[in-house]
Design a binder for this molecule. Structure first.
Ligand SMILES: C[S@@+](CC[C@H](N)C(=O)[O-])C[C@H]1O[C@@H](n2cnc3c(N)ncnc32)[C@H](O)[C@@H]1O
Length: 229
């Protein structure tokens, strides 16, 4: 069962790493884990600014319908909405979506927020002009068909923009020491393979991170931009 945010925040803060690992299996466990991460701080976890790579890639496009997968605290979805896009944004964390809604209200931005698992939510196929995944953390355990269904939501002519951290061995070991193995998550190579013949890959490269938050280590981005045929 999902914890309520107020009581959950206290409980989740007190959860040790072993308990978190135990609870992480399956979508409900992932939600608990992400709620715990967001609840580690009373204030925002992320910077509140849209991701620089999204802004750089999308600013020149004609707005249409966009899906923000793993929207976190909502800065990208809010930026898209304020740039003229009709935005649906989904995140598995209740805490994140509540913060995103509040930020959108303050910004006067209209976004359809969904608290849910992007790999279990039946979005209509070929319905988005842009599907954005900024630093996604989609578990491989959900299976390839679930990821393919998400990719299938991109309209012909529309874009998938997926951006990942370009982790070196040291970063991977650090993340593993926190109880999370990056190998358990769909990475850029996995996603590129799953695109199959339905997409043309326009860009798949390591690029410097644009406008990183000041307290962030300098990890480059892996940028995957693909257009639906
Ligand atoms: C590294 S954060 C990135 C957040 C945001 N895109 C950003 O760039 O600030 C990954 C996000 O994915 C969300 N997430 C993880 N698994 C998910 C799933 N199966 N469906 C939807 N969101 C998920 C997490 O709650 C978290 O907010």
């Amino acid at each position: 069962m999902m914890p309520t945010v107020v009581s959950g925040a206290v409980t989740l803060r007190n959860m040790d790493r072993h308990e978190r690992r135990e609870k992480r299996s399956g979508p409900a466990g992932q939600a608990v884990e992400w709620d715990a991460r967001y609840s580690e701080r009373d204030g925002a976890r992320w910077s509140g600014r849209p991701n620089g790579r999204l802004v750089a890639e999308v600013a020149g496009l004609t707005p249409g319908r966009a899906l923000d997968v793993g929207c976190g605290e909502g800065a990208d979805a809010i930026w898209l909405a304020r740039s003229g896009w009709t935005v649906t944004a989904i995140d598995i964390s209740d805490v994140a979506v509540i913060r995103a809604r509040e930020a959108a209200e303050l910004a006067g931005a209209a976004v359809e927020w969904i608290r849910g698992d992007a790999l279990q939510t039946p979005f209509p196929a070929v319905s988005f002009d842009l599907v954005s995944m900024q630093y996604p953390a989609l578990p491989k355990a959900a299976g390839r068909a679930a990821v393919r269904a998400l990719l299938d939501t991109v309209r012909p002519g529309g874009l998938l923009l997926a951006v990942y951290h370009d982790l070196d061995d040291e970063h991977r070991e650090h993340i593993k020491s926190q109880g999370v193995d990056p190998a358990d998550y769909v990475d850029a190579d996995d996603l590129a393979r799953l695109l199959g013949d339905a997409f043309t890959i326009e860009l798949y490269a390591v690029q410097p991170r644009i406008d990183p938050p000041p307290d962030n280590p300098h990890i480059a981005d892996i940028v995957l931009r693909a257009r639906r045929r």
